[in-house]
Structure formats: C-alpha cells, structure tokens
Design a protein around this ligand. Structure first.
Ligand code: GUN
Length: 312
C-alpha cells in the first residue's frame, strides 16, 4: 500500500470518516498525496514515439503524417491545433494543416475529409471541435475512415471500444489510463467513478476502466447525490469543467484522483477538484495544469503512429 494510503487508512475511524488528529500530531497526521507529473510521463511517451517514428521512416522511407482540419475562427481551437502541430514536429512526424472558413458548406467539409482519407501521406485525421453551428459534428467526423480516426470519435471506433475490438481510442482517456498505470493504481476490482459523460471523454473512459476490470460509475448533471457517489471511488476522475467542484470530503482516503477539468479563474487555471484539500486525503492526484493535458497530446501522437502502421 502506498505510504499516503496506509496513513489515510490508519486515520480512518470506524465510521469511515477521518479522525481528528490530536493537535500535537497535526503535521504528522496530514496525508500528502503524491502529485502525478503528467509532463514527465508525456515526455517519456514522446521519447517512445520518436523511436517509433524513426523506425517507421527507416522501413517506409517517409514519416507518419497527421492532418488537422480547423473550421472557423475559434481562438482556443487554433491554439490547440497549433500545439498539436508542434508536438508532431517534435517527434519527427509531419503535421498537415487545413483551415476552412467558418461558412464552409457541409459538402466542402466532407469532401476535404474524403480527400484526406484517400491520401497515403495522411496517417491520421483530426477534425478539431467544436464546429460552427451549421455543421453537424458527427456528420462530419463520421466520414473519417476508422484506420485514420486518431480521435477515436467515429461510431465505428466507439463501437469497437464498446465490444472490445482493436481500434483507435480517444486520446484523453488513453492518456489517463497511462497516468493511472504510472501511479500504480490498482484497477482490478476497484470502484472507479467518472464525473462527465461526453463522447470524447466520459463514455470511452468508462469503457477502458471496465476493460481493466474496474467497477465503473458515470455521474453527470442529473446524478442525485454526487458527493456520495464520489466517496465510494478508489479511482475518482473528474471531467466536467466546473472549477473546484470536488471537495476534499468527497474523496475517499487513499483514492487516486485524476482531474481532467481546466477552467480559467481569477486564481489562474484550476481543475474540477479542490487540489489543496484533495492533497490531504488522496494517495495520488494529477495537478492542473501539468497533469492530464500533456498526456492528451502524447496520446494523439501515439494514435497517429499506430494509424501509420495500420495504413502503411
Ligand atoms: N476539442 C477539444 N478537445 C478535442 C479533442 O480531443 N479532439 C478534437 N477533435 N477536438 C477537440
């Protein structure tokens, strides 16, 4: 048992609540969770990918290529896409940028996706979301062939994950699984609770956890007693984008906490979890920023390399 978890267990009273530590032992009794360094794990993943890209180039005489499609002028999307391009170049992949005007027609957007599907230089295709309101996201993203669906967003990729077939999985859940592994989280038989039910994160995260033999609960805006659901979690994953929603007393002592949320506040960027409070209860926790974020991009690179190998 990790030191922090052992300490947390020792502090539990019979009713499962934390015992109030005698003042003299106040400092000693405080549990300090291990902070999971997403930047360091992502750097290790990028090194593995760089080696994979070099081997691919050796064998095929070209490098894997990631095509991004950015539609419209959403500033945050442009920043995300630029950082995905930088990451590709850092590992020796090619980034192929396509930008379309915000009033592009459905037919033009789909025609581009279909051209990219047929282009042998393109290993993976990423249509950055959100799309302008007149375009139906799933109508456009579902045109990506599953072999190049590096976001794992298409119906075919989601279905493959749902029934346990090989396929590309959404990047953030893949990144979280890697962080859980690095944190030494015991998933087999664990209670895992996810806050958020999006197609890009909550649902695929749940399926990956079940594949890893966890018992999984997905909570959302209609969940009746969120705090109680969270208190059951050995692994708690919050992805709702509500600053510091998860309080310290929602966390089971010794839990591993993964914070996927990121909100800009007057205090800077903060996650969905009250980090300082969680530090005293959890056994391990991801920081915001520097936790899950870097792993999303590392997983995108991993998916692009995988797609290149499948389509080579
Ligand atoms: N917008 C915000 N996150 C993502 C992502 O992971 N993939 C895509 N395609 N769009 C996004």
């Amino acid at each position: 048992m990790p030191h922090a978890a052992a300490l947390a267990t020792a502090m539990e009273g019979r009713n499962g609540r934390l015992r109030r530590a005698p003042a003299i032992y106040g400092k000693l009794a405080r549990v300090s969770a291990r902070v999971i360094d997403g930047r360091a794990v992502a750097a290790a993943v990028r090194e593995e990918i760089s080696a994979g890209v070099a081997a691919f180039r050796e064998e095929h005489g070209r490098v894997p290529g990631l095509a991004t499609v950015l539609i419209g002028e959403d500033e945050a999307s442009a920043v995300y896409v630029a950082s995905k391009h930088r990451a590709c170049e850092q590992v020796g992949m090619r980034a192929i940028e396509h930008t379309l005007p915000k009033d592009v027609t459905r037919e033009e957007a789909i025609a581009l996706v279909e051209r990219l599907n047929a282009d042998p230089e393109v290993s993976g295709i990423l249509v950055q979301l959100p799309l302008p309101g007149h375009l139906d996201e799933s109508d456009v993203t579902n045109r990506i062939i599953p072999e190049k669906d590096v976001d794992g967003l298409t119906v075919e990729s989601a279905g493959r994950l749902a029934i346990g077939l090989v396929g590309l999985r959404p990047c953030t859940p893949v990144g979280v699984m890697r962080l859980l592994r690095e944190a030494g989280a015991q998933l087999d038989g664990a209670e895992a609770v996810i806050l958020g039910r999006s197609n890009l994160f909550g649902k695929p995260m749940g399926r990956l956890l079940v594949e890893a033999h966890a018992t999984m609960t997905i909570c959302h805006s209609h969940t009746r007693d969120l705090a109680s659901a969270c208190r059951r979690a050995d692994v708690l994953i919050a992805a709702v984008g509500r600053a510091r929603l998860v309080q310290g007393d929602w966390i089971k002592p010794g839990a591993v906490v993964i914070d996927v949320g990121i909100t800009r506040t007057e205090d800077g960027l903060v996650g969905d979890v009250d980090f300082d409070a969680a530090l005293e209860v959890a056994s391990a926790i991801t920081p915001v920023p520097g936790g899950v974020g870097p792993m999303t991009i590392a997983s995108l690179l991993q998916n692009t390399l995988q797609a290149a190998l499948w389509t080579a």
